[in-house]
Design a protein around this ligand. Structure first.
Ligand SMILES: CC(C)(COP(=O)(O)OP(=O)(O)OC[C@H]1O[C@@H](n2cnc3c(N)ncnc32)[C@H](O)[C@@H]1OP(=O)(O)O)[C@@H](O)C(=O)NCCC(=O)NCCS
Length: 148
């Protein structure tokens, strides 16, 4: 098991996973490329036994002086519920903790996405707001925050 920064070599795999998981809400090729090229915290988790097939990834951007925003977090369906998401989130939070000046980490999650919400709660994220009709299909989102 390896957790590493993504590179442009990973672009095609990342696009495929995005489309499969998020469908019409998926980030475009251009957006993903830009995020890889920018100095973003963009980590992948892969299995060495599967010839470095990407199991999942997390993207976090520093969008304010004291704030990091986790804008994407995915584990492929067949690998879910085996602890990979927790492992990846833990590593991402460790790296974010090392960024100077960061006092809080935020993210948006669909109000119906109970398993993701539960996972964030385990890492001490708290629901601090609700945004109505945040997603394309008019679903609402919770704003969750972790103070560090
Ligand atoms: C949210 C997501 C990233 C979580 O990844 P994951 O790898 O399934 O997470 P984990 O396996 O670490 O934990 C999930 C659950 O599995 C349980 N679990 C972990 N290891 C387990 C194991 N070996 N056996 C059984 N259950 C296990 C955890 O306790 C946790 O339970 P909970 O739902 O009660 O909290 C994943 O479900 C996903 O990609 N979803 C689709 C995209 C998405 O919604 N992303 C979030 C957008 S904000």
């Amino acid at each position: 098991m390896m957790i590493e920064r993504v590179g442009l070599n990973d672009l095609e795999q990342l696009i495929k996973i995005e489309k499969k998981v998020f469908r019409e809400d998926a980030f475009s090729r251009e957006t993903i490329k830009k995020l890889i090229l920018q100095n973003t915290l963009f980590l992948k988790i892969e299995d060495d036994n599967l010839s470095n097939k990407i199991i999942g990834f997390v993207i976090a951007i520093k969008d304010d002086e004291d704030r990091v925003n986790i804008i994407n977090f995915v584990i492929q369906k067949k690998f879910q519920k085996q602890g990979y998401g927790s492992l990846l989130l833990k590593k991402a939070l460790e790296r974010i903790n090392r960024i100077k000046g960061v006092k809080r980490i935020i993210l948006n999650v669909k109000t119906s996405n109970v398993s993701a919400i539960d996972l964030y709660k385990k890492f001490n994220f708290r629901i601090v707001g609700k945004i109505e009709q945040y997603y394309r299909q008019k679903e609402s989102a919770y704003l969750m925050e972790l103070k560090i």
